[in-house]
Design a protein around this ligand. Structure first.
Ligand code: AR6
Length: 161
């Protein structure tokens, strides 16, 4: 399998499964979540209404609406509270849940944003290390980290070395 790093908007890059950084209510929000619902259209939220939310550290699947993908995996990362509340394990678990969904659905490509490092305040260097360590273990042929800003890109680039 291959891991690639891109700078850009995750809603614009064709893959089979796009990962969203959602919240446990699955009711939309800002950041990458807002971008995914705006670009994907209302069918994604319609499908999410079937779920009663999603625990932190796990993920649920919907179709991708108008996005250039088959699926969206809505992953819920932890809010960073200083690091002693099991955040590292919850973040790893959010990534693992997406890989498991992708493997079960047989996707050939998956894209991840930097889960938890925006509104949820997870320190980027540590989050990048965890993300890379978990994603390295997948059997999905192509995994992309699609990163929105240069600072975060540097952290992922360092973690991949
Ligand atoms: N493509 C790729 N990455 C993006 C995009 C985009 N279009 N837009 C933002 N990012 P965040 P979180 C980056 O806050 O920390 C939402 O309100 C962003 O620069 O989206 O997991 C949800 O509903 C940052 O590097 O997610 C939750 O309530 C990264 O995506 C909460 O925020 C993650 O930032 C989740 O917070």
């Amino acid at each position: 399998m291959a891991i690639e790093l891109r700078l850009g908007d995750i809603t614009k890059i064709p893959v089979e499964a796009i990962v969203n950084a959602a919240n446990s209510g699955l009711r939309g929000g800002g950041g990458v979540d807002g971008a995914i619902h705006r670009a994907g259209g209302p069918s994604i939220m319609q499908e999410l209404r079937a779920y009663k939310g999603c625990p932190t550290g796990s993920a649920v699947v919907t179709g991708a609406g108008l996005l250039p993908a088959k699926y969206v995996f809505h992953a819920v990362g932890p809010v960073y509270m200083g690091g002693r509340g099991g955040e590292a394990e919850l973040l790893a678990s959010a990534y693992r849940s997406c890989l498991r969904l992708g493997e079960e659905l047989g996707v050939k490509s998956i894209s991840f944003p930097s889960i938890s490092t925006g509104a949820y305040g997870y320190p980027v260097a540590e989050a990048a290390r965890i993300a890379v360590e978990v994603v390295k273990t997948t059997s999905i042929p192509l995994a992309l980290f699609v990163i929105f800003d240069e600072q975060t890109l540097k952290a992922y680039s360092a973690a991949l070395e």
